[in-house]
Design a protein around this ligand. Structure first.
Ligand SMILES: [Mg+2]
Length: 299
């Protein structure tokens, strides 16, 4: 089974198990989304302010495309140079990059860790006749860290100082859970002056971290901050982000349309859908009803 299929199988299994094990509060969310009971809706709207928000990073807080498109083009070029194989199109397909639109689509690059990306390129090279030891060397030499805190590629999706300040003023804790590396993530937070406002950061290369949608990272953040999963909201732009919210039985999820996921990719997993994180505060404070949306949400 190829990596992508394994990822899908793991995600499907986790989501199936999570759906079966969802607590009563989340089953009530589902009821209220369907509008089946006014009493349940009123119950959900009571005390629904969240105590913790876990943010995905790329595509949710900062622009995915301005950062990862240059990295993708450079990586494909370097792999071709180091392997002497005309393999760019296959690398683009593997990563989920559309060279015609110059955009990243949902897939390995948007949802996987750098370790998963490197391993998948090794497998692609061996499928094209490169010996395993040489494939590892090519990937080691050619696949470089993305300069995620470069001023040339780092673009905020919203005024994050204001958003994080608003969350702090309301006593809401802030965490970031990303597939990106710790060095890139901390550099980005420092560049944007956010590092002292974030209570917990979990990165793709942290020891013991598990790729989304596995629930481990979300549950570890909740445990470290002493906040129950039910009081926690997950915000992200991919199926993996929203899948983690479900597999960890978090209190809710918000899909943002500012990254790689589009409405039809995300709506079936999201409790709320918004254009970007600038629309988040009413949801965090419990002032927005389940299923509310600043973007079309076909329930
Ligand atoms: Mg993302």
């Amino acid at each position: 089974m190829g990596f992508s299929r394994r990822l899908v199988a793991v995600a499907s299994g986790l989501l199936h198990n999570a759906a079966a094990a969802r607590p009563a509060s989340q089953q009530m969310y589902a009821c209220s989304r369907l509008g089946s009971s006014a009493a349940l809706r009123q119950l959900n709207e009571k005390n629904d302010k969240k105590s913790l928000v876990i943010f995905d990073k790329d595509g949710t807080l900062i622009c995915f495309h301005s950062m990862w498109v240059p990295w993708t083009l450079e990586t494909a070029k370097r792999i071709e140079e180091h392997s002497s194989l005309a393999i760019s199109d296959k690398i683009f397909k593997l990563l989920g990059f559309c060279p015609h639109q110059q955009k990243v689509r949902p897939g390995l690059l948007a949802e996987g860790t750098m370790a998963q990306i490197r391993q998948s390129i090794v497998e692609l090279l061996t499928d094209h006749g490169v010996e395993v030891i040489n494939a590892h060397k090519i990937v080691s030499d050619a696949v470089l860290e993305c300069k995620t805190h470069s001023k040339h590629t780092l673009k905020e999706i919203h005024d994050l100082q204001k958003l994080f300040g608003d969350l702090k003023r309301h006593g809401v804790k802030i965490a970031i859970c990303t597939a990106d590396s710790r060095i890139g993530t901390m550099g980005m937070l420092e560049s944007l002056g956010l590092n002292t406002m974030v209570d917990r950061v979990v990165c793709g290369d942290d020891e013991g971290a598990m790729p989304k949608p596995h629930p481990r990272n979300a549950l570890a953040i909740c445990a470290d901050l002493g906040i129950s999963p039910e009081q926690t909201l997950m915000v992200g732009d991919t199926v993996a982000d929203l899948g983690m919210a479900r597999s960890a039985n978090l209190g809710g999820s918000v899909a943002v349309l500012s990254g790689v996921g589009e409405h039809h990719d995300l709506h079936h997993l999201a409790d709320h859908m918004v254009d970007h994180v600038g629309d988040l505060m009413p949801i965090v404070l419990g002032a927005a009803k389940i299923g509310s949306s600043s973007a079309p949400l076909n329930l």
